[in-house]
Ligand binder design. Structure first.
Ligand code: EPU
Length: 419
């Protein structure tokens, strides 16, 4: 089993080009199976989750191949609507293939993605919405069997109880080829939703309102292939910024999506780092000790503070001057990284959805285990700032979302290697 060995205390300096967004690439790959032609996707990050998505595409009869950071998906030869359980279980977001398969073949059999590292992640909103669009859904020995009797879904007015990213994506995917108009109220406003819609529009879909709470999709019988560049990953950007803030130094992120990263930057700025932004660029300088963030850091749907950046910022604040308070409002179990941070000397108290982080003078190295993707990245952030050496095991979690993290950090002067 591989691990990351990190020796802290070295400032990070240099320029880093931000990888493509995992959470955009995954639904876009699913959407590419609806095009009945070839799609070329650029800035596709090389991640284990992306390869899992390509295995699903190949399994249903598409041809998905990679060349560097570009993927080609040919969906002319789809011949299967059932996704085997082992492929579904490889990643939670495989559920996004449900809307895409329904939109293209009118039926699919998938598995309940089940609980994951972040706690139970129900799909009740996905299923209720698809039912409103004419999909018959039944459960057969743990498998979800979906069928549209007429072969084509119909438009519907859907109001989500919570702006779920995955449910919004599944509804959009099913709606683009549905008969009539679909309106999604209280839709998720995450930038990755806009990226998915941008891709679908490039394939001929008619969608308006993405990025706002009310999305309108006018169904259309057929889509076509296209060439599309995936947006940069705002959470990878937040992670490398947190590393530099914690370890000290200065970094220029190129290829960054600035407005989309703003909810994170506006909080990070309160730690005393100097941050400047330009077109697709973020500059950060961290010289002295970080200051705690005075206002409560509440994770919220976009444009609120992103839950995916909660752990990495917490790691940076673990050795700041003063006390920072986090409130996790999106997932029930998103503080699992705190035990590892405490093992590294952090003073963190978790009380339900609140975590109280009292900045300590210095963290120290320890042997820790990645608990989940962002939690594992948080351990790397803490390790780069800590005194001594940290070994992080179970890094398959980290590899799900960060493209060659050790190469990116070593190029900035960090002492990190994969062993
Ligand atoms: N929820 C329900 N019922 C549903 C759907 C969601 O109760 O039918 C709940 C979830 O259990 C959770 C909350 O609603 O408590 C938010 O879930 P959402 O559906 O918005 O999240 P998701 O689509 O499962 C995506 C990202 C996550 C990111 C969240 C929130 C992908 C592949 N995943 O998950 O990314 O945290 O949105 O922004 O896009 C990560 O990258 O580390 C990651 C976990």
């Amino acid at each position: 089993m591989q691990k990351l060995v990190v020796t802290g205390g070295k400032p990070l300096r240099g320029e880093l080009s931000v990888q493509g967004s995992k959470n955009s690439a995954l639904p876009i790959m699913a959407a590419s199976l609806m095009c009945g032609g070839e799609c070329r996707l650029h800035r596709c990050p090389k991640l284990t989750d992306i390869y899992a998505a390509s295995r699903i595409l190949n399994c249903v009869g598409c041809r998905c191949t990679f060349s560097g950071n570009s993927a080609a998906v040919d969906s002319r030869s789809i011949d299967r609507t059932e996704i085997p359980e082992e492929l579904m279980r490889e990643m939670r977001s495989s559920i996004i293939f449900m809307g895409a398969m329904l939109g293209t073949a009118g039926e699919c059999t998938v598995s309940v993605p089940g609980g994951c590292e972040l706690g139970p992640r129900p799909i009740d909103m996905h299923l209720a919405a698809l039912k409103r669009m004419g999909v018959d859904i039944s459960e057969l020995s743990g498998r979800i069997v979906c069928r549209i009797p007429s072969g084509r879904a119909h438009g519907a007015k859907i109001s989500l109880a919570f702006p779920s990213v995955g449910a919004t994506e599944n509804i959009i995917l099913c709606a683009v080829t549905a008969d009539g108009e679909t309106v999604i109220n209280n839709a998720a406003r995450e930038p990755e939703i806009c990226d998915l819609c941008g891709f679908l529009r490039a394939c001929g879909a008619r969608i308006t309102g993405d990025g706002e709470s009310r999305i309108v999709v006018k169904g259309k019988a057929k889509l076509h292939g296209c060439e599309y560049t995936i947006m940069p990953d705002r959470i990878a950007a937040a992670t490398y910024l947190s590393m530099t803030a914690a370890a000290g130094g200065e970094i220029i992120l190129t290829n960054a999506c600035v407005p989309e990263t703003e909810p994170f930057l506006s909080v990070l700025e309160q730690t005393g780092c100097s941050i400047y932004t330009g077109e697709n660029k973020i500059y950060l300088h961290s010289g002295v000790r970080l200051r705690a963030v005075r206002e409560r850091i509440r994770t919220m749907p976009h444009p609120g503070f992103p839950t995916d950046a909660q752990a990495v910022l917490m790691a940076a604040l673990a050795a700041a001057d003063g006390t920072s308070i986090f409130e996790e409002n999106i997932f029930d179990c998103r503080y699992r990284h705190t035990d590892a941070l405490i093992k590294m000397g952090a003073d963190i108290q978790v009380l339900g959805k609140v975590a109280i982080v009292k900045g300590v003078r210095r963290l120290h190295g320890a042997n820790v285990e990645a608990t989940d993707l962002r939690g594992g990245a948080a351990m790397a952030v803490a390790a780069l700032a800590a005194e001594g050496t940290t070994q992080i095991t179970k890094i398959s979690h980290i590899d799900r979302g960060y493209e060659k993290i050790e190469e990116a950090v070593s190029a900035l002067g960090g002492d990190i290697r994969r062993a």
